[in-house]
Design a protein around this ligand. Structure first.
Ligand code: FES
Length: 167
């Protein structure tokens, strides 16, 4: 029995095949795999007899779900109201274009995963980007790209300026 069939079987059984428990099932699946692999989602959809598109809708609606493996670094861009008004959509577009990654995705080289979230609780510093827990304030499309480009050389170069843990 393949791993995806076995794992989804265990999860579905744990919730008594209750379709109303789809989100907890997907959370369990992600906890096991680190993300939501397409093969596992397909298996889960078949076992529950629900369209795969429904699982995709759930996975893309909730920012906590990942459809790709996690990258080495976590980049979180705030899209909350204050950051939004101060230009975060342009920052998101610049990052996506430069590194060919969408919000919720991971770069092909697995260097980083990109998430767009609502308010990281540091509105006075807007627009804010958080990288591996470090807060970068007043970022621009260009500075965001430069911060991310510094990742591979982090140990060799001076650390980019950051407001660690600022909230
Ligand atoms: S809106 Fe971005 S930190 Fe609050």
């Amino acid at each position: 029995m393949s791993e995806e069939i076995e794992l989804t079987g265990q999860i579905v059984k744990h919730y008594g095949s209750d379709k109303g428990m789809l989100i907890p099932m997907m959370q369990d699946l992600q906890a096991e795999c680190g993300y939501l692999p397409i093969g596992h989602l397909r298996c889960l959809a078949e076992r529950l007899d629900v369209p795969l598109s429904r699982l995709y809708s759930v996975a893309t609606f909730y920012s906590s779900f990942r459809l790709a493996p996690k990258g080495a670094h976590d980049v979180t861009l705030c899209m909350g109201t204050v950051c939004y008004l101060k230009g975060s959509p342009m920052i998101l577009e610049a990052i996506s274009r430069e590194f060919n990654v969408e919000a919720g995705g991971t770069t092909a080289d697995r260097l980083f995963s990109l998430q767009a979230v609502n308010c990281v609780g540091a509105c006075a510093l807007a627009p804010v980007m958080v990288v591996d827990g470090k807060y970068y304030d007043g970022v621009t499309p260009q500075s965001a790209i430069e911060i991310i480009q510094a990742f591979p050389c982090e140990e060799e170069t001076a650390e980019p300026s950051a407001k660690e843990g600022a909230k």
